[in-house]
Design a binder for this molecule. Structure first.
Ligand SMILES: NC(=O)c1ccc[n+]([C@@H]2O[C@H](COP(=O)([O-])OP(=O)(O)OC[C@H]3O[C@@H](n4cnc5c(N)ncnc54)[C@H](O)[C@@H]3O)[C@@H](O)[C@H]2O)c1
Length: 265
C-alpha cells in the first residue's frame, strides 16, 4: 500500500453527484486511507461534508469546503482555507467534470461554455493558486481527472466534453514540463467506462442508451473486460501517482479503462 502520511491533499469535486461512490469521493477517501489530510471542496456543501465525515469516521483528518471550481474567488478561498487549516498543500487533485450532451450543431452554446469553465478553466485556476505555494516548497503533485474521451471518440454525442478533456490533457503536459525541475509533477488520469453516480443518473447517458438498466448492460459490454470499472480503480491510480514511488512519473496521461483506449473500433 502506498503511503501518503504527512501529505495534505486538496480535492476539487470531492463529493458525489448521487448516492454511492463517485471518482472524487472515492479518491478523497483513498488519499485519507493512505494517511493524507484532505480538504474536500465541492459546489454542493452536503456532498463535501459527507466525504469529510466518512474520512473523520475512519479516524482520518478532513475539512469540508464549499466552492465553485470555475469561480476564481472560490478557488482562491479554498486554497487559503486549506493552507490555514493544514499549513501546506502537497497534492492538488482536480476531479470536477460535467458531461453536457450535444454535437457541434445541436449543443447549447451555454453548455459549451460551462464545459470549458468547469472542466478546463477549473484546472487552470486551481493550479494558478497552488503552484506558487508548491514552487516555494519545491514539492507538489497535481493530478487531473481527464477522460479517454479526450483521446478517442467515445460514441457519445459529447463534443464539448471530449474537447474540454483534450484541453485538460495538454494543460497537464504543459504544467508537467514547465515545473518538472522544481519538484512538481503533473499527470492526468483518463477514466474509461466507470460505474459512478454521474453516469448512472445523467440524463444524457440514459437518453443515449434508452433506459437505466440497458445503459449499465451496454456499458459493461462496451468494456474490453466485460465490466465497467468503479470509482476505486480511479482512486487507487491517484494514490499511486501521488506517492513517492511515482516520483519519476510526470506528464503522463494514464488511462484507467480496462484497455478500452487500445481498441481501434
Ligand atoms: N464515470 C465515468 O465513466 C467517467 C469517465 C471518464 C471521466 N470521468 C471523469 O470523472 C470526474 C467525475 O467523476 P465523479 O464520479 O466524481 O463525478 P460526480 O458528478 O459524482 O462528482 C463530481 C462532484 O463535483 C461536484 N461539482 C460539479 N460541478 C462543480 C463545480 N463547478 N465546482 C465544484 N464542484 C463541482 C459535484 O457536486 C459532485 O459532487 C469528471 O472529471 C469526469 O469527467 C468519469
Amino acid at each position: 500500500m502506498f503511503d501518503l502520511t504527512d501529505h495534505v491533499a486538496l480535492v476539487f469535486g470531492a463529493g458525489s453527484s448521487g448516492p454511492g461512490w463517485g471518482n472524487g469521493k472515492a479518491t478523497a477517501v483513498a488519499y485519507a486511507r493512505a494517511g493524507a489530510w484532505v480538504a474536500c471542496v465541492d459546489l454542493n456543501p452536503v456532498a463535501a461534508e459527507e466525504t469529510a465525515q466518512i474520512i473523520a469516521g475512519e479516524g482520518g483528518r478532513a475539512i469540508a469546503l464549499t466552492g465553485n471550481v470555475a469561480a476564481e474567488a472560490d478557488v482562491a478561498e479554498a486554497v487559503s482555507a486549506t493552507l490555514a487549516e493544514f499549513g501546506r498543500i502537497d497534492i492538488l487533485h482536480n476531479n470536477t467534470g460535467i458531461t453536457p450532451f450535444g454535437g457541434p450543431v445541436t449543443m447549447a452554446l451555454d453548455d459549451w461554455d460551462r464545459a470549458m469553465d468547469v472542466n478546463v478553466k477549473s484546472v487552470l485556476l486551481s493550479t494558478r493558486y497552488v503552484l506558487p505555494h508548491m514552487e516555494k516548497r519545491g514539492y507538489g503533485v497535481i493530478t487531473n481527472i481527464s477522460s479517454v474521451a479526450g483521446i478517442r471518440v467515445s460514441g457519445y454525442d459529447m463534443a464539448a466534453y471530449s474537447t474540454s478533456k483534450a484541453a485538460v490533457n495538454q494543460l497537464t503536459r504543459t504544467i508537467a514540463l514547465q515545473y518538472a525541475a522544481k519538484g512538481i509533477r503533473a499527470n492526468a488520469i483518463l477514466p474509461g467506462l466507470i460505474n459512478t453516480p454521474l453516469v448512472r443518473n445523467g440524463a444524457g447517458f440514459k437518453g443515449h442508451h434508452g433506459d437505466a438498466e440497458k445503459q449499465m448492460a451496454e456499458r459493461d459490454a462496451m468494456s474490453p473486460t466485460g465490466k465497467m470499472g468503479d470509482a476505486w480503480d480511479v482512486a487507487h491510480a491517484a494514490v499511486f501517482l501521488a506517492s513517492k514511488e511515482a516520483k519519476y512519473i510526470n506528464g503522463v496521461l494514464l488511462p484507467v479503462d480496462g484497455g478500452l483506449s487500445c481498441r481501434a473500433r
